[in-house]
Design a protein around this ligand. Structure first.
Ligand code: NAP
Length: 286
């Protein structure tokens, strides 16, 4: 069974990671400590989740207890959209590092390709509730992120929520210094994004799937019932597994990794790929 993916920098990223979105203050510290105790080493954080300080406390405690060393951990965080201006990128990264109590990040992602108006508000909106954009081009933001690698603040840099066209534009940047090592995207049976996954792999860009189970705690339409989908349930029953295990296996195979003790047949993969529901959970529709 595979446990790591080798990034184009040769760094090893554990395939399964703990996401920290919606992990509330007051609970995330214990969740992190428990996760470290049971063997999680890859942690997915972000400035916008507003819980990095507690996550940092948990990692610090576990390092002090001698349970893990910093080098055992693979810590990811993300540059929020209000910090896309070149002059804001380094301080944004330093703030995340200070909250996480780390000297460096293993991977720093541009959370979204589009920037928002700089300022205190995470989602600056106009009177109609529409986001006020920043006019910074993500190519310029990327240059500032490259400087973070040179300054030793991050080991590698990557993308999140980038489409094929946007990645291609970045890869064609004439003076590109560092290629993105990863693109973190929504991927689950109702939005597999297999074309994007294949494109990233053809460019040696690893893919991290988010919302693999369809973010069951996030509000959505009544027609979204991924964990109760009868076709998935049928496949799960055949393997004596849960629907969640079938979905995780499906998402891993797309990437393509084997992490569980059972495999889906070609027909089962095709059944799930044929759903074609194209249901996007993180649509940032505003
Ligand atoms: N880059 C981006 O823009 C972006 C966007 C969204 C997410 N992410 C990252 O991706 C991570 C994962 O996304 P996600 O949290 O939406 O993932 P998800 O795996 O789709 O949903 C996680 C939730 O599923 C529930 N769950 C776990 N196992 C289950 C099971 N066996 N049966 C039923 N429910 C189960 C848990 O609920 P309970 O906690 O109630 O047990 C958990 O909170 C996030 O935490 C974040 O780090 C990134």
């Amino acid at each position: 069974m595979t446990t790591f993916v080798e990034l184009s920098t040769k760094a090893k990223m554990p395939i399964l990671g703990l996401g920290t979105w919606q992990s509330p203050i007051g609970k995330v510290r214990d969740a992190m400590k428990f996760a470290i105790d049971i063997g999680y080493r890859h942690f997915d954080c972000a400035y916008v989740y507003q819980n990095e300080n507690e996550i940092g406390n948990a990692m610090e405690e576990k390092i002090e207890e001698g349970v893990v060393t910093r080098e055992d951990l693979f810590v990811v965080s993300k540059l929020w959209c209000t910090f896309h201006e070149k002059s804001l990128v380094k301080e944004a990264c330093q703030n995340t590092l200070a909250a996480l109590k780390l000297a460096y990040l293993d991977l720093y992602l541009m959370h979204w390709p589009m920037g928002f108006k700089a300022g205190e508000e995470l989602f600056p909106a106009d009177e109609n509730g529409m986001i006020i954009p920043s006019d910074t081009d993500f190519l310029d933001t990327w240059e500032a992120m490259e400087e973070l690698v040179d300054a030793g603040l991050v080991k590698s840099i990557g993308l999140s929520n980038f489409s094929c066209e946007q990645i291609e534009r970045l890869l064609k940047k004439p003076d590109l210094k560092y290629k993105p090592v990863n693109n973190q995207i929504e991927s689950h049976p109702y939005l597999p994004q297999e074309e994007l996954v294949n494109y990233c792999q053809s460019q040696e860009i690893s893919v991290t799937a988010y919302c693999p189970l369809g973010a069951p705690n996030w509000p959505r339409g009544e027609d979204f019932c991924l964990l109760d989908d009868p076709k998935i349930k049928e496949i799960a029953d055949k393997h004596s597994k849960t629907s969640a295990q079938v979905i995780e296996t499906f998402v891993c195979v797309l990437s393509p990794f084997k992490v569980f003790d059972f495999e889906l047949t070609k027909e089962e993969m095709e059944t799930i790929l044929s759903f074609k529901r194209r249901y996007r959970i993180c649509s940032l529709s505003m």
